[in-house]
Each structure stands twice: as structure tokens, then as C-alpha cells.
Ligand binder design. Structure first.
Ligand SMILES: C[S@@+](CC[C@H](N)C(=O)[O-])C[C@H]1O[C@@H](n2cnc3c(N)ncnc32)[C@H](O)[C@@H]1O
Length: 404
């Protein structure tokens, strides 16, 4: 779809009953159109269950799909420089596009990669049968017992030992099991390895968990780690067709997932990407390190050594994003597009697109328009990690740029 047709579609869009509100704002002498509406449904059921792996500040699959469908065609290469759990990559692969992803957090490929090679439920069951989760239960009290019963910890450690022993010989089924287990570490139901705690994308500190345990009068129960992995596997795979499995594997084989800072991606060739759909860290809204310490521990990653960007001042954030946009301009093909999703932070006092648009112009990108997706606040909107309950709405603000 040409940008002209895209803008026309946005102008006359009314799929969810409301008409689009259109207005312009001036940036460096350029009048930029804004389109405000509910452009995609917030309903979780509208997305593929394979996405249902929690991650702090993930976006809904409907967001990348909206841009991938309109700004690329099958076979094009789609890139997300801040891939997180890999929402853009998975959606792009399901739409038969080639995929490239980058994140400074080594957990990102652990969460995304295995879902590009989904095994069958039977393969997972057979593998789990072969892995022994027996072990000597450590009786002495240790800090992780704040979250886990010693017998649960024994099973988790047996899994860690299994991956360590297998090393490079791990296959797609092993990596799938690891991805699912990483997602079952902590949560607020019996579907997780831990006692009741924060939602699965936020690990609380040991001290805070001690307080939760005392307040609720709870002690960690014994969990059946294999059964929990089996149940979540079934749920993730429940709507995958044979055709989708073939497409995912095809795109998985060609996928490039790198662990790097988005402004230094020498591994990626210049002029190689057709479309970028991404969402960067928003100032210091989210503590990625604090939220991921247990997932990092489980996967043998030293959380303090992961240089996740955390920006306190808007001007520092803008400067860092300008460096990223410069690198994105290098890897993007001429005529390619970037859909850059930013949020409103500090209770809407800072609209991050107003910082991103000048940064894009400074590196030679052409801003095309801003799409603001408004949707009624739903429980799943919590995955933004921004408390906007009071406002009753949850907005995505997406700046679309082109490279000449
Ligand atoms: C808003 S999240 C993106 C979430 C993603 N859209 C998803 O659906 O899962 C931002 C991501 O940027 C990553 N990140 C932070 N600083 C980075 C940097 N300098 N380079 C690359 N990734 C970075 C974080 O680890 C986090 O995964």
C-alpha cells in the first residue's frame, strides 16, 4: 500500500464505530498529520496465542500487524531493534516476512527464538519424560525459598543442569522448554513455579516478597514443574495450523537475532531492511533489570552486566534515540519505512513523538504522520507497565518515517 492510500485509509477509518480525528502539528516548518482513532482492537483473542509470553512493556501483536500488512509484502524483511519478547518478529513471520531482531537483553532471543520453531505438544511431552527432575532437596534455608518450595527449586535446578550439560547440543524442543519454563518462574496462580507474587513479567525483590508472604500468611507450595510446562505449551500451541508451523519454521531458519545495543549493529548489512516496527524503552518508566533478575538467574545471565538503557532526562533519551535512528537509517533500504512507537510519559506531560520527530529529521528521515491508537483500558493494557487506570484509555503513539 502506498503512503497516500495508507493516509486515506486512516482518515476514513471507522471500523470500531468512531470517526478518525485528524489535525496537524508543525515540526521544523513541516506540517505533520495526526490521525487519532481506535485502529486495532484491544481484544487479546484477536491475536495469536503463540504471543502469550509475558514481557514488561510488550506491545500488542495488533500494533506491528497493522503496519506490516500495510507497509510490506510477503518476503520483505522486517526488523525490530528493541525486540523484547519478539512481538514484531513473530507477527512478521506469521505473515511470511523475513525477520531480524535486536535487543540488548540476552533474554530476548531466549523468549522469541523458540517460538519461530514451535514443536508439537507430543514432542514436548516425550522430551520432558526423558529429563530427570529428581535431585537432592537442599534442606537448608536459602533466599530463593522466599519464592519457591525446596522441592520446586530442586526441579528447576535439574532443568538448569540439563541445559548446561547439553550446551550447544540443545535442539528446538529443549529451547522451547526453556522458553516456557522461563515464563513460568513467577506469577499469581498455580500455573507458575512460585508462590503468589507479582505478575510474571515483574519479579519483585526478595525483601518485597517476604512482605507479600507475611501479609498473605503464605509459604511456597510444591509445584509440578513438568506439568506446568506441559499446560502452558498446550495453551501457546492451541491455534497453530500446519501451514503456520511451516511458515514460521521457514522464516525461523532465515531469522537473525542479535544481542546488541540498537545503535551499534555492525552485524546488520546496510540497505537490507524493508520495514522497521519498534518501541524503545520510554525514559525511566520501566526497570527492566529489576523486573528480569529471576529470569536472568534461571538462564545463567548476570543481570548487572546487561547494559539496558534507562534514561532519566528527556534530552538524554532524545540524543540516544537519535543515535539509534541514525543506525536504523543505515540498515533501512531507500524507500523503506519505520513505525516508531512511543508513549506518553509523566502523565501525558511529555509526548515522546515530539522528541522523536526532530531526532528523525536530524538524521535525514522524512516524518510522514503520527498515528495515535486510542483504546479503552483493558486488563491486558497493564503490559504497558504505565498506570493509566485513572485515565481509562491506553494510547499508542506511532511516528511513521520514510527513508528517501
Ligand atoms: C518497550 S520494550 C520493547 C518490547 C517489544 N516491543 C515487545 O513487544 O516485547 C523495549 C526493549 O528495549 C530493550 N533495550 C533497552 N535498551 C536497549 C538498547 N540500547 N538497545 C537495544 N535494546 C534495548 C529492552 O531490553 C526492552 O526489551
Amino acid at each position: 500500500m502506498s503512503l497516500g492510500s495508507f493516509k486515506e485509509e486512516l482518515t476514513y477509518f471507522h471500523q470500531f464505530g468512531e470517526k478518525t480525528r485528524c489535525f496537524t502539528k508543525e515540526f521544523d516548518g513541516v506540517l505533520l498529520p495526526y490521525y487519532v482513532n481506535e485502529f486495532w482492537t484491544a481484544k487479546q483473542r484477536a491475536a495469536h496465542p503463540l504471543h502469550e509470553v509475558s514481557y514488561r512493556a510488550c506491545f500488542k501483536p495488533q500494533l506491528p500487524r497493522f503496519f506490516i500488512e500495510r507497509l510490506s509484502k510477503p518476503g520483505d524483511t522486517i526488523y525490530d531493534p528493541f525486540m523484547g519478547r519478539g512481538t514484531t518478529l513473530l507477527e512478521a513471520a506469521l505473515l511470511d516476512r523475513a525477520v531480524v531482531g535486536c535487543d540488548v537483553n540476552p533474554l530476548a532471543p531466549i523468549l522469541c527464538g523458540p517460538r519461530l520453531f514451535p514443536p508439537t505438544v507430543e514432542e514436548v511431552d516425550t522430551r520432558l519424560e526423558k529429563i530427570s527432575l529428581e535431585g537432592i532437596v537442599r534442606e537448608e534455608k536459602e533466599e530463593l525459598n522466599t519464592f519457591y518450595h525446596p522441592k520446586t527449586l530442586t526441579q528447576m535446578r535439574a532443568l538448569q543442569a540439563y541445559w548446561e550439560d547439553k550446551g550447544e547440543a540443545q535442539d528446538a524442543v529443549d529451547r522451547w522448554i526453556r522458553m516456557v519454563a522461563t515464563n513460568r518462574l513467577t506469577g499469581h496462580s498455580a500455573g507458575f513455579f512460585s508462590v503468589y507474587t507479582l505478575p510474571p513479567n515483574q519479579a519483585t525483590s526478595l525483601r518485597a516478597q517476604e512482605k507479600i508472604n507475611a501479609k498473605r500468611g503464605q509459604v511456597p507450595p510444591v509445584r509440578d514443574v513438568k506439568a506446568i510446562i506441559q499446560k502452558k505449551t498446550k495453551s501457546l500451541l492451541r491455534k497453530l495450523s500446519a501451514e503456520q508451523i511451516r511458515t514460521l519454521r521457514k522464516r525461523g531458519r532465515g531469522a537473525k537475532l542479535i544481542t546488541a545495543s540498537a545503535d551499534e549493529t555492525e552485524e546488520l548489512a546496510s540497505d537490507s531492511i524493508d520495514l522497521i516496527v519498534t518501541s524503545p524503552p520510554f525514559l525511566d518508566v520501566i526497570d527492566y533489570q529489576g523486573d528480569n533478575w529471576l529470569r536472568c538467574w534461571f538462564n545463567g545471565i548476570k543481570v548487572n552486566e546487561v547494559p539496558i538503557s534507562n534514561f532519566r532526562k528527556p534530552e538524554i533519551w532524545q540524543e540516544a534515540m537519535q543515535q539509534v535512528l541514525l543506525e536504523l537509517t543505515r540498515v533501512l533500504k531507500g524507500g523503506g519505512h519505520i513505525a516508531f512507537e512511543v508513549g506518553e510519559v509523566k502523565k501525558g506531560k511529555i509526548l515522546l513523538e515530539e522528541l522523536i520527530i526532530p531526532a528523525g529529521i536530524a538524521v535525514g528521515l522524512r516524518p510522514e504522520f503520527v498515528l495515535v491508537n486510542e483504546q479503552e483500558f483493558t486488563k491486558t493494557a497493564n503490559c504497558w507497565g504505565v498506570d493509566n487506570l485513572g485515565k481509562g484509555t491506553n494510547t499508542n503513539r506511532v511516528v511513521v518515517f520514510s527513508k528517501n
